[in-house]
Design a protein around this ligand. Structure first.
Ligand SMILES: Cc1ncc(COP(=O)(O)O)c(C=O)c1O
Length: 380
């Protein structure tokens, strides 16, 4: 068995068709898109075609799509600029957000720009919508930043319900959609949302490129100052091959979405079923074993407490399995997962996030479960 890659929530292998689409941009179409000569104009047209492709897939206007260096920059832009441009004094988020959101909001709170509230969660880590409404009712001029799919435990948020609440209370709504972009359909004509983000490397595209959707009703000023690129919204020469790869990857993701989803759901269901029946004291973190309420690409498993907990991922790696995770933070330390800590998962239990893609097979899942069973039998 070749090395098995089950860390697709961290990043995905690139689709060969994406690489092929990018190559001409490195080999021959090298012009600077800001140049007015033919070399430049050709590349400018390519960028605008890519923007149109993405906008078409998300059912919105190309004027609302802005290319960035990835998910982190898109999140930072939406959060920092909306707070400053719209006179936001209060933000609501959850303790389970990615650090691209949490650290940005914490920074803005530390600077005295906002008061930051954390919405309460239920025992599975889902947002308590009643508490969200209370926070919105008590605080006008609020920014809500809540992710669509959690990158560690996979929990999904109902963007329709939260979008409606934000509209009812006049709040700005940003959602970190990095883990759902390319895996779920986003129809921006139907959604009540101000900002949404994507990162190409999470759906078989290149690293270092992503985009921010900015609702035409929620115009903000630039986060990165410089030239007039991105219609004066983001200075800096465009990552042209990245942008081409991003659009191609999203196109491929949408074309094969239903088929890939069905395949990956089968892999996840198989792993849940085998782990539950063949191992004692296995738990699933958050709601990740609930196929309806979690990302089909993510399964976060908590294994029985063991003295070898620290070695768990290392042992998987030795057995040719790449996965990630770790345990909750021990008291007084911030090493470990802030998500598992917020969910009160015991730091004694090794937790592993297995995350799947269209390239994984049922044979790989069986191999991984067989290895887990033999590893845990040895340490028992
Ligand atoms: C939920 C979420 N948000 C943001 C990011 C950051 O994206 P990028 O790596 O493109 O900056 C990631 C990537 O790990 C993520 O999973």
């Amino acid at each position: 068995m070749n090395r098995i890659y089950l860390d697709n929530a961290a990043t995905t292998p690139m689709d060969k068709a994406v690489i092929e689409a990018m190559l001409p941009m490195m080999e021959s179409n090298f012009g600077n898109p800001s140049s007015i000569h033919t070399h430049g104009r050709e590349v400018r047209n390519t960028i605008e075609r890519a923007r149109k492709t993405i906008a078409g897939l998300l059912n919105t206007s190309p004027a609302e799509i802005f290319f960035t260096s990835g998910g982190t920059e898109a999140d930072n832009t939406a959060i920092v600029r909306s707070i400053e441009d719209f006179g936001i004094t209060h933000a609501i988020t959850s303790p389970l957000e990615h650090h691209a959101v949490l650290h940005t909001l914490e920074y803005m709170a530390k600077k005295g720009k906002i008061k930051l509230s954390y919405v309460e969660l239920d025992t599975k880590g889902h947002v308590d919508l009643k508490h969200l409404e209370e926070l919105l009712r008590d605080n006008p001029k609020t920014l809500v930043s809540l992710m669509h799919g959690n990158n560690e435990i996979g929990n999904l948020l109902d963007l329709t319900v939260v979008g409606q609440l934000c509209e009812d209370y006049g709040a700005i709504f940003h959602s970190d959609t990095v883990q759902t972009m390319g895996h779920y359909r986003h129809d921006l004509q139907q959604m009540k949302i101000d900002f949404l983000v994507g990162a190409a490397h999470k759906f078989h595209g290149p690293k270092g490129v992503g985009f921010l959707y900015i609702n035409a009703k929620s115009k903000i000023t630039p986060f990165i100052h410089g030239g007039s690129q991105e219609r004066n919204m983001r200075g800096g020469t465009e990552n042209v091959y990245g942008i081409v790869g991003l659009a191609k990857a999203l196109e491929i993701a949408y074309a094969g979405m239903d088929e890939h989803r069905k395949h990956v759901e089968t892999l996840k269901a198989r792993m849940i079923a085998r782990l539950s029946s063949e191992l004692d004291d296995v738990e699933f973190n958050g709601d990740s074993d609930n196929l309806d309420k979690s990302l089909y690409t993510v399964l976060n498993v908590s294994f029985p407490p063991s003295e070898e907990a620290d070695m768990f991922l290392f042992n998987l790696d030795i057995n040719k399995i790449s996965a990630s995770g770790g345990s909750a933070c021990t008291s007084g330390s911030d090493i470990g997962s802030h998500v598992l800590t917020a969910l009160n998962v015991s730091p004694e239990r090794p937790s592993v996030r297995f995350s799947f893609s269209k390239y994984n097979t049922i044979e790989e899942i069986d191999y991984v479960v067989d290895k887990l069973v033999s590893m845990l039998k040895v340490t028992a």
